[in-house]
Design a protein around this ligand. Structure first.
Ligand SMILES: [Zn+2]
Ligand SMILES: [Zn+2]
Length: 293
């Protein structure tokens, strides 16, 4: 069984408040765990702190972090990830190549005084940064495909294949302003995925006002899933202004669209939601969604 857990589901900025308590207010972080496989972490947003708490006390950390890009909502959790502050811990961090410096230099730039008192080099564990674009990686028995995704600045999408399951992770995705074409690289990542985790930041009226902010509508997320033949879609990177009630409504719209276009199931990512992917899936995502609340 491959288990995916959502630790942070929000885009742009942490925003915990009473109105979004059910879905959560922490920024992007998802873990992938399977027996005998060191964990894979998708993005290092503020949700990462809670993954760190969940695995505290285990053996020294050995994990792979696949970072889509260096915006705050995907990196800000690293200084608060306590498992990496232990002797013997090892964290491999992949992020897209940048023209302004290596990924290691850029993490060093934002994690230093006066912005934050602790530097990467002060942590007791070892963090190795990799400049990673358009390539394939192996992590234990997992295979990872890395491709460019349209956003603002260099951004990766990831396709993770493990134990016969395919997970596609497209956290931030600028949809074309004119038309609804999907980039070939994105379709390649999402092709026939068992689970597609996709940007779902805007409703159409919001996109009309923020059409070049690097994101897409819920309808476009469904469009990507349908065109790629992805079986299940998880709406992710919720807008910080969207309340639980807004997301409930958006989910209803997305499910209706999904049914129209052949996407079997649609769920909205919620903090604490774990999805088990394996041969014996007997719980639908909709049931998981209600049990997570
Ligand atoms: Zn983001
Ligand atoms: Zn971004």
């Amino acid at each position: 069984m491959v288990n995916l857990t959502f630790w942070g589901v929000r885009g742009s900025t942490p925003c915990p408040c009473d109105e979004n308590r059910r879905y959560g207010g922490n920024t992007a972080c998802v873990s992938i765990e399977a027996p005998g496989l060191d964990p894979i972490i998708l993005d290092l947003g503020t949700g990462l702190r809670f993954f760190g708490e969940a695995i505290a006390g285990d053996e020294p950390l050995r994990a792979l972090a696949l970072v889509t890009h260096l915006h705050w909502d995907h990196t800000q959790g690293l200084p608060f990830f306590t498992p990496v502050n232990r002797v013997g811990a090892q964290l491999d961090v992949h992020a897209p190549k940048q023209s302004s410096g290596s990924v290691a230099e850029l993490f060093d730039e934002f994690m230093r005084p006066p912005y934050f008192p602790v530097r990467v080099s002060d942590l007791r564990g070892d963090i190795t940064f990799h400049d990673t674009s358009n390539t394939e990686l192996h992590w234990g028995r997992a295979q990872v495909t890395v491709r460019d995704v349209p956003h603002v600045g260099e951004t990766n999408g990831y396709r993770i294949e493990v134990d016969g399951m395919v997970i596609a992770y497209i956290s931030d995705h600028q949809q074309p302003v004119d038309g609804d074409d999907v980039a070939d690289a994105v379709l390649e990542l999402c092709r026939d995925a068992d689970l597609l985790i996709h940007d779902a930041q805007y409703e159409p009226a919001e996109f009309a006002l923020k059409s070049d902010w690097g994101h897409c509508t819920i309808g476009y997320a469904v469009r990507v899933a349908a065109e790629a033949g992805a079986k299940r879609l998880v709406l992710f990177h919720h807008d910080p202004s969207h309340t639980d009630d807004d997301i409930d409504r958006i989910l209803g719209t997305a499910r209706a669209l999904g049914a129209e276009h052949g996407v079997e199931e649609v769920v909205a990512a919620a903090e604490g939601l774990t999805i088990g992917l394996g041969a014996a899936i007997d719980t639908t995502l909709a049931e998981l969604q209600s049990s997570a609340r």
